[in-house]
Design a protein around this ligand. Structure first.
Ligand code: GDP
Ligand code: IMO
Ligand code: MG
Length: 434
């Protein structure tokens, strides 16, 4: 049952794109299982940088079937734009498959997302404004359109006619009337045009590949601490990035997953609102933001940065059943004299060592740090753990002990080959397209 899940252990942007691309060489299929074009996954190969929002990160290999699974919310406009951009750069996207059961993001979802955020003012979630929440709401309410509706204009028109009056009323109530976003004829025309180019696929694609003995990789978007049920609600996304989400959103059974690789950075970042106990607002934070290019891939927003934090890390490892870890961006900490690692919180005068599920408690928490001496030399060229500066190795060991899972891959730069392979179970190489 060779299915591996790649899951973000923090608040997203851990480098899942690089990790997926690195591991994809050895699999037949890469499946996105949740989220939508709120994701921004970066892959760097030589001088070329690719920023993917919906197309799974395996697309850069010719032998891979990239699959957009039933748990994803798809904005066809974004997906087709991404297809065109990749094609223009010589990447073959003809093998990308989209589940007929994936939900559509339509213009009114985007308008509602923005209108709700505007109405919340200072209490806003800080969404990416891509319509993610409203599209998942419609899926749960059973009023949404799905990818299958792209090839059935009559069904699409009926479902739209049912949905639109409520959307118009909602936008009006939010003082955000937007005629274009709720124009039935215009949306129906757009759906028909998208249907010409996007053919939905069956959900048993994944099961057939597994039955044929292929190795599959499930690529998570966002991160554990943005999970709808397990993150700091309401400052979360509207899907389940955790490994369990790969089962529902990818169409596999939990027992078919035999490896969960957690992806984390050497420090922490967060985009959008919500508690961030180890946030740095000083010159060190500024330095990490600049050196680590911590600017949102999707929105261009500056990411908040902070020290690593043992509490959410342990929580994420447990929740996902992480069997191995890829630690990214270790190079960004070169030259910082002292590296801090949060080992406990103080909440209302008490020492707390377990992640408090309560967002209110988290907002009152202050960090208790352990301090590690830094290292001065750049490490981009290092390819073996033994060649890392001793203080870097000490910090890596501390993270590994806290996580309770082995760090098997370390990344020392954005490029595909800037990777230290410590010890990891090689997967089987794909021989044919699934
Ligand atoms: P994702 O959403 O988890 O795929 O991560 P993003 O692509 O949004 O953000 C990660 C950023 O870090 C990207 O710009 C990557 O190219 C870059 N990156 C990944 N690994 C490393 C690394 O080890 N060192 C450095 N300096 N950059 C990295
Ligand atoms: P990748 O896959 C980081 C954050 C937003 C906001 C919250 C809700 O690149 O790691 P949404 O638009 O999803 O309703 O916004 O989630 N967010 C991300 N943060 N990386 C992402 O994706 C994110 N996708 C959403 O900033 O706080
Ligand atoms: Mg990202």
């Amino acid at each position: 049952m060779p299915a591996s899940v790649i899951v973000g252990l923090q608040w997203g942007d851990e480098g899942k794109g690089k990790t997926t691309d690195f591991l994809a060489e050895q699999v037949a299929m890469v499946v996105r299982y949740q989220g939508g074009d709120n994701a921004g996954h970066t892959i760097v190969i030589g001088e070329d940088t690719f920023k993917l929002h919906l197309v799974p990160s395996g697309v850069l290999y010719g032998h891979i079937t990239p699959v957009i699974g039933p748990g994803v919310v798809v904005n066809p406009a974004t997906l087709l734009r991404e297809f065109d951009e990749l094609t223009a750069r010589g990447i073959d996207v003809s093998h990308v498959r989209v589940s007929h059961a994936a939900s559509l993001i339509l213009p009114y979802h985007v308008a509602l997302d923005k209108a709700r955020e505007a109405a919340l003012g200072g209490a806003k979630v800080g969404t990416t404004g891509r319509g993610i929440g409203p599209a998942y709401e419609d899926r749960a309410a059973r009023t949404g359109l799905r990818v299958e509706d792209l090839i059935d204009p009559a069904s699409a028109a009926t479902r739209l006619a049912r949905a639109l009056p409520e959307k118009r009323a909602l936008l009006k109530a939010l003082n955000a009337e937007d005629a274009a976003a709720v124009d039935a004829d215009a949306i129906a025309k757009q759906i028909a045009a998208w249907g010409e180019r996007l053919r939905p696929d069956t959900t048993d694609l994944v099961q057939r590949a597994l039955a044929a003995g292929e190795h599959l990789l499930f690529e998570g978007a966002q991160g554990t601490l943005l999970d709808l049920s397990h993150g700091s609600y309401p400052y979360v996304t509207s899907s389940h990035p955790i490994a369990g989400g790969a089962a529902t959103g990818g169409g596999i059974a939990p027992m078919q997953i035999d490896e969960v690789m957690g992806v984390m950075k050497a420090y922490a970042t967060r985009v959008g609102s919500g508690p961030f106990v180890t946030e740095l607002t000083d010159a060190i934070g500024e330095r990490i933001t600049t050196t680590g290019h911590e600017v949102g891939t999707t929105t261009g927003r500056r990411r908040r940065v902070g020290w690593n934090d043992a509490l959410p890390l342990r929580y994420a490892v447990q929740l996902n059943g992480v069997s191995s870890i890829m630690l990214n961006k270790l190079d960004v900490l070169s030259g910082i004299p002292e590296i801090l690692l949060c080992v406990a919180y103080e909440i209302d005068g008490k020492r707390v060592e377990r992640w408090p599920s309560s967002t209110a408690e988290m907002e009152r928490a202050t960090p208790i740090y352990e301090r590690f001496p830094g290292w001065s030399e750049p490490i981009h060229q290092v390819r073996a753990l033994a060649d890392l500066p001793e203080n870097a190795r000490r910090y890596v060991t501390a993270l590994e002990e806290i996580a309770g899972a082995p760090i098997v891959l370390l990344s020392v730069g954005p490029e595909r080959t800037q990777t230290i392979e410590r010890a990891w179970r090689p997967m089987r190489r794909a021989t044919k397209r699934a």
